[in-house]
Design a protein around this ligand. Structure first.
Ligand SMILES: O=C(O)CCC(=O)C(=O)O
Length: 267
């Protein structure tokens, strides 16, 4: 299976419309890949909180249409990264869109863990409450977005739902690049799954992006890693390695669920 991660540069000097066209063009050039992945909030920039409202779209808005056509033209599965979505009531969500090779929407996923503590996304956007997996002919994707990477229970839930390839679009900041790499590898090792982690390049809203997109195999080996600039990372991998790894080293079968609550021990 061939995956291409488009680590697009989010530069405030480029308009959202121009970046949308450019991203669609980059997807169209990926004919021959099975799966193409874009990062989190690449239209606005993940840290451009002041512009979330202005650039929010209904689910089937301009970015949806551009990506749907690009997936169909290229004949690829497309994880279109995420957009700032507004629902009918005007509530915002950080919503990922996955398209099938005929351009139809295969799945959408609203980011569950919002970043910012009491600021930014955490107060501006609503939280998703649904784990999402997507069946491709070769593998089952499990969806997560950026800050979700810090919450292993979400990934275990995805694995329990059948996920073998965990896809994580992000707008991860450069100052925590070491966490990005470590957490992506940890999620791969503990879940014995592929991790496709696609970030952005550039600096927006004063936040330098880490780039450093990576693909990790179920044994924790980094198959490919991008630099810090705009780049397309293309990797061939064998989805059957997930089952082989889980058979050879069946740690997931040793989970101890439903343990008793800790007891208070009095001296
Ligand atoms: O967890 C982090 O360090 C970065 C998270 C983040 O930037 C996000 O979710 O947008």
């Amino acid at each position: 299976m061939r995956a291409s991660l488009i680590q697009i540069c989010v530069d405030p000097a480029e308009s959202v419309a121009a970046r949308r066209d450019r991203a669609a063009g980059l997807v169209r050039e990926r004919t021959g890949s099975d799966l193409v992945v874009l990062p989190e909030l690449w239209t606005t920039g993940a840290f451009a909180f002041d512009h979330f409202g202005e650039h929010a779209e209904e689910l089937r808005g301009p970015t949806f249409l551009a990506l749907s056509r690009a997936a169909r033209d290229a004949g690829v599965w497309l994880h279109g990264g995420s957009i700032p979505e507004h629902d009918a009531g005007g509530r915002l969500y950080n919503t990922s869109l996955v398209f099938a090779p005929d351009g139809t929407l295969a799945a959408s996923y609203r980011k569950i863990h919002r970043f910012g503590f009491d600021q930014g996304e955490a107060v501006l956007m609503g939280a998703g409450d649904r784990l999402v997996t997507v069946d491709l002919p070769e593998t089952t994707l499990g969806l997560a977005t950026c800050y979700d990477l810090r919450f292993p229970e979400q990934f275990r839930g995805l694995v329990d739902a059948g996920a073998e390839t965990l896809v994580v679009p992000a707008g991860w900041p450069a100052r925590r690049a070491a966490h990005w790499n470590l957490l992506a590898r940890a999620r791969a090792v503990e879940n014995q799954a592929y991790v496709l982690a696609c970030g952005t390049a550039g600096t927006h809203a004063g936040t330098e992006q880490a780039g450093r997109s990576l693909v990790v195999d179920p044994w924790g080996e980094v198959l490919a890693e991008a630099g810090t600039e705009e780049e397309i990372l293309t990797v061939d991998f064998d989805p059957a390695t997930v089952a082989a790894t889980r058979d050879r080293f069946p740690a997931l079968k040793d989970r101890r669920l439903g343990l008793a609550e800790p007891k208070e021990i009095r001296p």
